[in-house]
Design a protein around this ligand. Structure first.
Ligand code: AMP
Ligand code: MG
Length: 402
């Protein structure tokens, strides 16, 4: 058996970020920037009002209070999206809406709540303004020439909003890895069919496709490979030309007869590892025509855990992320987590909660490698080193899955 860290390091070493592409801002959520975003125009583009109210000259409101208001003449109405047509002169005001440009002559806004309208064309100002009140000068969010976002930034919704506000239609990013998922095994069926004796439903493929999407990758459904070598060879051959990576599940155990194994070994050199972990001991990996192939074990929990340990970090690296791994924290074991010495690191499915300033972890249910329902309840993997396990109250290491 080979230690987990050695396999993870070897897999990460074998992959590199995909070639950058110019991508429309509307398609760039979650992608990693390759070039800095540099502002070519100010945001906001012109001085404007942060409030609905009146644009005026602060000096005209000196001493104004609710008991002793100042009366000004309203010379115009100005909505957002319109340019002022008249300036504000002494004793004058322009009724103005949030986002409208500041008219010439005005140096402050008094919000509408601190005024009273005097028909037909007057306004009583109940408050003494200070120059600059509620004004948003041009460039106060972003200035022209400013490096707004650095390479390596993972673009979230607000980043995309800023980039759109700068009028940039596209960004140079690492594309989303496009990843094919193939299930292997003659026993697998899909859809609402009645199962013949010995058959089971394919749960790994929907799960792995969802895990890929959840992690921000493009997931490609390659179907189920039954014992038909020609079919498997064609599907995998196509996938190697259309996908950035391929994931298979099943057929990687020692002594397993599987057509996929035979086909894979013809397509390139794979390493068939026995990793010192439980679950997910068997794992195959290699570059087939330059495309990384992850051969995950078939048991659903093993598939899930080996995706987390090997595929997700490598695919994140390919997608330009500088931090490929999940976060690990120290947690208090809520109750005993016994295990037997077997030379392996155990990854137990746990529910982790943050309580009173510390993480607390508890097994989420059955720990067998086919017990997917207990994994579905979990939000962490407890890393239990070889030995007898943890006692209640022990500090354990937990990899967070969310
Ligand atoms: P294998 O890794 O092919 O030896 O499979 C190990 C176990 O996982 C067997 O019980 C398989 O029936 C089961 N298995 C394999 N592939 C899948 C799948 N796609 N969905 C659910 N169970 C699977
Ligand atoms: Mg199988």
């Amino acid at each position: 058996m080979i230690p987990l860290g050695d396999v993870q390091a070897e897999v990460l070493r074998s992959v590199a970020p995909l070639a950058p592409v110019w991508t429309p801002v509307t398609d760039a959520l979650g992608l990693v920037l390759v070039e800095p975003v540099i502002a070519t125009e100010p945001v906001p583009p012109f001085a404007n009002t942060a409030m609905d109210g009146y644009a005026l000259r602060a000096v005209d409101t000196a001493g104004a209070t609710e008991g002793a208001p100042v009366q000004l003449r309203v010379v115009a109405d100005l909505a957002a999206g319109h340019a002022p047509t008249v300036p504000v002169g002494p004793g004058e005001a322009i009724r103005i809406m949030t986002g409208a440009p500041i008219p010439d002559g005005a140096d402050a806004i008094v919000m509408v709540e601190r005024t009273e309208r005097e028909e037909p064309d007057g306004v009583l100002v109940l408050h003494a303004a200070t120059a600059g009140d509620h004004l948003r000068p041009a460039g106060t969010d972003v200035e022209p020439g400013q490096r707004v976002f650095e390479p390596g930034t993972v673009l979230g919704p607000a980043h995309l909003g800023v980039i759109a506000s700068l009028g940039l239609p596209e960004v140079l990013v690492v594309p989303r890895a496009r990843v094919g998922v193939l299930s292997t095994g003659d026993e697998l069926r899909e859809g609402p069919v009645e199962l013949a004796p010995g058959q089971i439903r394919d749960s790994n493929r929907p799960m792995l496709l969802a895990m890929l999407r959840d992690a921000g990758f493009d997931a490609v459904n390659l179907g189920i490979a039954h014992d038909d070598e020609a079919f498997v060879e064609r599907v995998l051959g196509d996938a190697l030309t259309t996908c950035d990576a391929v994931i298979t599940s099943g057929g990687v155990s020692v002594g397993d007869y599987d057509v996929v194994k035979a086909v894979l070994d013809r397509l390139g050199v794979l390493q068939w590892w026995q990793v010192a972990i439980k679950p997910a001991k068997p794992f195959a990996f290699g570059l087939l025509r330059g495309v990384p192939l992850f051969g995950l074990p078939g048991n659903p929990v093993s598939s899930h855990v080996s995706f987390e340990l090997f595929a997700r970090p490598a695919l994140r690296r390919m997608s330009g992320h500088t931090e490929p791994s999940r976060r690990e924290v120290d947690a208090v074991a809520a109750n005993a987590m016994p295990r037997r010495p077997d030379g392996k690191l155990h990854l137990d499915r746990v529910v982790v909660a943050y309580e009173d300033g510390r993480y607390v972890a508890e097994r989420s249910g059955a720990q067998a490698s086919n017990a997917l329902a207990a994994l579905a309840m979990a939000n962490g993997l407890a890393l239990l080193p070889d030995g007898d396990g943890a006692a209640a109250g022990d500090i354990i290491r937990v990899m967070l899955l969310d």
